[in-house]
Design a protein around this ligand. Structure first.
Ligand code: BES
Ligand code: MN
Ligand code: ZN
Length: 481
């Protein structure tokens, strides 16, 4: 839902609890000079060595004044490590029940200060909308005292713009499927008009008219109407847009090829790709990025029902290509296929990146550390890897090629929607590639292992991660076609 930390900027601080950042060599990187000698004594007494995750609270019982020493380790020189320090700082404040603190006289660069604050805010996210008895998490106030407050505040506003997109994505992922069905997801996209985005919602009638048989086939077993949302940010003059496309399966039961009961509840976050695209559009608009970007998401619910599509059904996609639906649980690619065609027909984008929680097989291949990256364009793959590495959203490139395409051969239609028993993420990517026009740089990110985290990760609590928002936000500015 929101951050449980509020950050204020001020030239001076009158808050009594001072935060002292201490590195592994026991140098103090914030706080008043006299703290240095105290820290050296504490280091001996309390085995506080300035490692990340270590902290020491010193409070004067009479005055209530004191300081909180927070370890920063030996490297706070790059943004990602500073974010981790910020995340630890937030957890430390919570652990010691400090409700208001100040950080003054920081000797790290403004870039690192912003990264640190970003990490703290990102870590403070909580989704507690549905608890009726739990005591609300208290708000912590952090005062950042700095000599040039205005400059720092302006710089940090950019990070906050990005964070609003990350939080939006986490909210969308975390909402249960009885609340967040396609129409509700679309309504939340429409709210982004307030940021200056153009938002169009296509309903089933509009998609039927266009001929989006692949997407509509997936949604036909659901009581909830399928939708496609098109979001446009026009910040870049006359250039062709960059296009981001997301899989938005609001719930994936598998359809008639029903999934087993165990773990099926996870499939509420099978719209993680759409959440990433929506969050990125929110971030891009908040930050007023000087590019043209279009975000397209296909929103459906994959349900078993008397109207549901059957294994063996043949559907005609918007591209005109026919598909034999061997397994109704391989639905994400059907949704994306029509979104990809629509995107190219309508916008002639200079490149396309799609994101999807597409296959369980990518978890088998890569585990939960990397998303799978597939591309027909080396420059785009390189740019995505670089954006991913720089934003703690790393991607690992996987192979594609003719031999995998062969596995999609159908005896009755232009292709089947599944390949053989092995290489499932690759055949899924090859399926998508068939809907990409010759010469259009395209990449597919299979983020099935990244949308949801059972354990806390890089500056985020457990739960919906918001994976993809930062990567897409960064790519929007770094991509040079
Ligand atoms: N949404 C799933 C993929 C998934 C699995 C995402 C686990 C997150 C965690 C997708 O629609 C699916 O069911 N894929 C099938 C494809 C198979 C039928 C070829 C799969 O991975 O088993
Ligand atoms: Mn499925
Ligand atoms: Zn799915």
């Amino acid at each position: 839902m929101s951050a449980h930390l509020s950050i204020t900027f001020s030239p001076l601080s009158d808050v009594t609890t001072q935060i002292i950042l201490v590195d592994s060599a026991q140098n103090t990187l914030s706080g008043a000079a006299e703290h240095g000698t105290i820290i050296a004594q504490i280091a001996k007494m309390a085995s506080f060595e300035g490692k990340v995750g270590q902290s020491y609270l010193h409070l004067d019982a009479a005055s209530g004044a004191g300081f909180l020493a927070v370890g920063v380790g030996n490297d706070i020189s790059n943004g990602l490590s500073a974010e981790l320090v910020g995340a630890e700082l937030y957890k430390t404040l919570r652990k010691h029940k400090v409700s208001s603190a100040a950080i003054t006289e920081m000797t790290i660069s403004d870039d690192m200060i912003c990264a640190l604050l970003y990490g703290a805010l990102s870590q403070s996210y909580e989704f507690n909308h549905y608890f009726t008895k739990k005591e609300a998490t208290s708000e912590i106030t952090l005062c950042v005292a700095h000599k040039s407050v205005d400059g720092l505040e302006a710089q940090f506003a950019d990070h906050q713009g990005m964070l609003s997109g990350v939080f939006m994505a986490r909210d969308l992922i975390t909402e249960p499927a009885n609340v967040l069905y396609p129409a509700e997801f679309a309504a939340r996209c429409e709210a982004l008009r307030a940021l200056g985005l153009e938002v169009d919602v296509l309903d089933e009638a509009a998609m039927t008219k266009l001929g989006m048989g692949a997407l509509l086939g997936v949604g036909q077993g659901s009581r909830r109407e399928s939708k496609m949302v098109v979001m446009k940010w026009n910040g870049g003059g006359t250039e062709a847009p960059l296009a981001y496309v997301g899989k938005g399966v609001c719930f994936d039961t598998g359809g008639i090829s029903l999934k087993p009961a165990k773990g099926m509840e996870d499939m509420k976050w099978d719209m993680g790709g759409a959440a990433a695209v929506t969050g990125a559009m929110c971030a891009i608009a908040s930050r007023k990025v000087a590019r043209n970007i279009v975000g397209i998401i296909g929103l459906v619910e994959n349900m078993p029902d008397g109207d549901a599509q059957r294994p063996g059904d043949v559907v005609t996609s918007l591209s005109g290509q026919t598909i034999e639906v061997i397994n109704t649980d391989a639905e994400g690619r059907l949704v994306l296929a029509d979104c990809l065609t629509y995107c190219q027909d309508k916008f002639k984008p200079q490149m396309i990146v799609d994101l999807a929680t597409l296959t369980g097989a990518i978890l088998v291949a890569l585990g939960k550390d990397y998303a799978g990256l597939f591309s027909n364009d080396d420059a785009l793959a390189k740019a995505i890897k670089s954006s991913g590495d720089g934003t703690a959203e790393p991607c690992w490139q996987m192979p594609m090629g003719e031999s995998y395409h062969k596995m999609l051969k159908s005896h009755i239609a232009d292709m089947k929607n599944i390949g053989g028993p092995y290489g499932g993420s690759i055949t899924a990517a090859c399926f998508l590639e068939r809907f990409i026009d010759e010469g259009t740089p395209w990449a597919h990110i299979d983020m099935a292992g990244k949308a949801w985290a059972d354990k806390p990760g890089h500056a985020h609590p457990s739960g919906g991660t918001g994976f993809g928002v930062r990567l897409l936000n960064d790519l929007a500015e770094t991509w040079q076609g």
